[in-house]
Design a protein around this ligand. Structure first.
Ligand SMILES: Nc1nc2c(c(=O)[nH]1)N[C@H]1C(S)=C(S)[C@@H](COP(=O)(O)OP(=O)(O)OC[C@H]3O[C@@H](n4cnc5c(=O)[nH]c(N)nc54)[C@H](O)[C@@H]3O)O[C@H]1N2
Ligand SMILES: Nc1nc2c(c(=O)[nH]1)N[C@H]1C(S)=C(S)[C@@H](COP(=O)(O)OP(=O)(O)OC[C@H]3O[C@@H](n4cnc5c(=O)[nH]c(N)nc54)[C@H](O)[C@@H]3O)O[C@H]1N2
Ligand SMILES: [Mo]
Length: 648
């Protein structure tokens, strides 16, 4: 018998595609993009088009296991679910008796679903009284800068980009990491729009744009300030919009007055004339859209840069058009009922709350004051993705650290597990999703039975809660019950779960076309676009947009820059999704060996020839890659497309 099941792509990507899964005799044989879903429009990226290959991979973990070798060796022996759960409950129980904050959950976006990623798991750790994890690794800086200006993670409807006349793609590479937006951008181009890409690298996207500007990494804030200087000095601004819907224009104008294109040129490495021309084009074109993305905010001044860029649309009144404005993330449109899902109220308050920043997990595991005795990793692969890798490895190598990992595969992190538990994939479990790119809620139905003895994350935490004697009613809720609570249905934008489960996906109840700030209505405390932010001032930050140079740059640390003159970036690889897919032969083959892109002018004096194996190092660590000598990177910058460490 052949059936078609509606699902959602669970991966960490703004596109959150609607999937149709073909099931024959209980086996998922094909995954397609739903042709009816407006942004998915029947296409999938090269990774998810082969999702069944991932689910049915011979390398899938199918049974609970316990470690038999040394930490990191990756030698395991099969055990029963009972033994696995009893072992974990016993160890967690001992630690709980002393101080449960010595237990740390570590999770990120392996799946973006609420059922498998942010509900039963959180309830369990809250009830336990474990340390809290601050999930900062991807987007926190940009979100801080964006919300300071606009008030929430709201912006242009992604479906409107095709109607814009000028589009700035700023710190994003949609051809690789936001594919379904790229179709809209091409449509805009066919209709005569100009596409400008701002990226230190001539990315796959930059290659196809009308104009590519390549600033030094981490200097986008200076570029945005200079654009504002030109717009104001040359009166390319919308005074009426500014008067009605913004706060602090006069002080902003004073602040940016000194930011001439010449000054920004010295910071960014761009030509002053190019900066001036860009500002003039931006101020002189309607509708003008900006797709700003997370690529530019992974540096010290990331939040400031996004804050400055987010001021631009209000300055020129771009928000008046549905096809004008800016988009970083659409996530703030969804009324997620976090408290119901995560139940922070279950925290026992036996001890003051302790929060660990996931980006410094190595330090946390090695610190005596944090005193972490157990870590439970799921939906993440810190050994491959967390900064300061050598310290992360050292931390996970601690013999006295009890480490539980829930996974699909034996990842680098799994090698360090004491107990390794097999989790189900999206084809095997139920979930509910929002998107951070588009405006649709999605339901994901299980297409097949769990493979082997794999269990959904939700079920694993449910069973652990029972073992620990947690008897609150929320621990008995099944997955559909959790999914039904994910969105606040009292919020007019939400669609109720039974309807969503039936249809598979549904647009939020928002107007179409949707011009969110055509008449102001920003979500800031003042209700205006805040060029001046009293909130930032109260927190001790500069209330105005400002330029913060990279933490390690010739300007901020000349001595270090003399020793390490090249700046490195490591943007996503097309065939991997962070470290996911990086263990499967098809994708490894497509991606080839790890590369370091280096400009001929940087390669030549170092005697680096194409194809040579390189050791790339700084004071924190080192890795190997093969030289690709190319003018795709600007001088002074090298790029290592997502070097995921070798997975087993
Ligand atoms: N195929 C694929 N798709 C993915 C992912 C993946 O791993 N693979 N990862 C997903 C995830 S988790 C995320 S967060 C998004 C990320 O997607 P994006 O937010 O688009 O960010 P990145 O792809 O990290 O970077 C985009 C571009 O920014 C450039 N860049 C780097 N530093 C700077 C800078 O300082 N200034 C400017 N202007 N540009 C800079 C990079 O060269 C890169 O071409 O993609 C998602 N989609
Ligand atoms: N060098 C470098 N490092 C980076 C980045 C970069 O561009 N370059 N990008 C950064 C960014 S933007 C991000 S978002 C982070 C991403 O960091 P992570 O969110 O850790 O992403 P992944 O490496 O894809 O690891 C996710 C893991 O979750 C597992 N998984 C998926 N679904 C499930 C499930 O249902 N249950 C369980 N138990 N496991 C599941 C997958 O098998 C995979 O091993 O990495 C950051 N680190
Ligand atoms: Mo990310």
């Amino acid at each position: 018998m052949t059936t078609t099941i509606r699902a959602a792509c669970p991966h960490d990507c703004p596109d959150t595609c609607a999937l149709l899964v073909t099931v024959e005799e209980g086996r998922a044989v094909k995954v397609r993009g739903d042709p009816e879903h407006p942004t998915t429009a029947g296409t999938l990226c090269t990774k998810v088009a082969y999702y069944p290959e991932r689910t049915y991979s011979p390398d899938r973990l199918l049974h609970p296991m316990k470690r038999v070798g040394k930490k990191g060796e990756g030698r395991f022996e099969r055990i029963s679910w009972d033994e696995a759960l009893d072992t974990i409950a016993a160890r967690f129980g001992e630690i709980y008796a002393d101080d449960p904050r010595a237990i740390l959950p570590y999770s990120y976006a392996g799946t973006m679903g609420y059922v498998q990623g942010a509900s039963m798991d959180r309830r369990f750790f809250h009830r336990l009284g474990a340390s809290f994890l601050d999930r900062t690794i991807c987007s926190t800086a940009g979100m801080a800068g964006y919300t300071a200006t606009i008030g929430a993670m709201l912006g242009m409807d992604v479906e409107e980009f095709e109607n814009a006349r000028l589009i700035l793609i700023w710190g994003g590479n949609p051809v690789v990491s936001n594919l379904h937006l790229w179709r809209g951008l091409q449509q805009a181009k066919r209709r005569g729009a100009r596409l400008v890409c701002i990226d230190p690298l001539r990315s796959e996207t930059a290659e196809k744009c009308d104009l590519h500007l390549a600033p030094m990494p981490g200097t986008d804030g200076a570029l945005a300030l200079a654009m504002m200087q030109v717009l104001i000095a040359e009166n390319l601004i919308d005074r009426d919009y500014i008067d009605k819907y913004t706060l602090g224009f006069e002080v902003l104008a004073e602040r940016v007055a000194a930011w001439t294109p010449e000054r920004a040129a010295a910071e960014t490495g761009l030509a002053a004339e190019d900066i001036r021309a860009l500002a003039r084009e931006y101020g002189g074109t309607r509708p003008a859209a900006i797709r700003v993305n997370y690529g530019l905010q992974r540096c010290a001044g990331g939040a400031s840069a996004v804050r400055a860029i987010a001021c631009l649309p209000a300055l020129v009144g771009a928000w008046r058009d549905a096809a004008g404005g800016i988009l970083l993330s659409s996530s703030g449109n969804f009324a997620v009922a976090r408290d119901a899902l995560e139940r922070p109220d279950l925290y026992p308050e036996r001890f003051p709350r302790r929060t660990i920043n996931m980006s410094s997990i190595g330090d946390a595991l090695l610190s005596r004051t944090d005193g972490i005795r157990a870590v439970c990793v799921y939906n993440s692969n810190p050994l491959a993705i967390a900064p300061d890798g050598a310290r992360v490895r050292q931390g996970f190598s601690r013999e006295d650290l009890f480490c539980v990992v829930l996974e699909h595969f034996q990842t680098d992190t799994a090698d360090y597990a004491d107990i390794l538990l097999p989790a189900t994939t999206q084809l095997e479990h139920l979930d509910v999703h929002r998107s951070y790119g588009h405006l649709y809620m999605l339901a994901s139905q299980p297409a097949i039975a769990p493979l082997g003895e794999a269990k959904p994350n939700s079920e694993i935490f449910r069973l652990l809660a029972r073992r620990m004697g947690f008897d609150e009613a929320c621990f008995a809720e099944d997955d559909a019950c959790i999914a039904a609570q994910a969105f606040d249905i009292a919020d007019q934008r939400s669609v109720a779960w039974p309807v969503l489960a039936d249809r598979g996906w549904s647009r939020l109840n928002l107007p179409k076309p949707h011009a969110p700030f055509a008449q102001g209505g920003f979500k800031t405390p003042s209700g205006k676009c805040e060029f001046h932010s009293a909130g930032l001032e109260r927190q001790g930050y500069d209330p105005l947009p400002t330029y913060v140079p990279p933490y390690e740059s010739p300007r901020s640390n000349p001595a270090l820059a003399a020793r390490y003159p090249l700046a490195i970036i490591s943007p996503p690889a097309r065939n991997f999704l962070n470290s996911s897919f990086a263990n499967l032969p098809r994708f490894l083959k497509a991606e080839g060996r790890p590369r370091l892109l280096i400009h001929p002018d940087d390669a030549l004096p170092r005697g680096i020839a194409a194809g040579r194996k390189l050791r790339i190092a700084n004071d924190r660590g080192a890795f190997h890659a093969w030289a690709e000598v190319t003018d795709k990177v600007r001088t002074g910058v090298v790029s290592a497309p997502l070097v995921a460490q070798a997975l087993r």
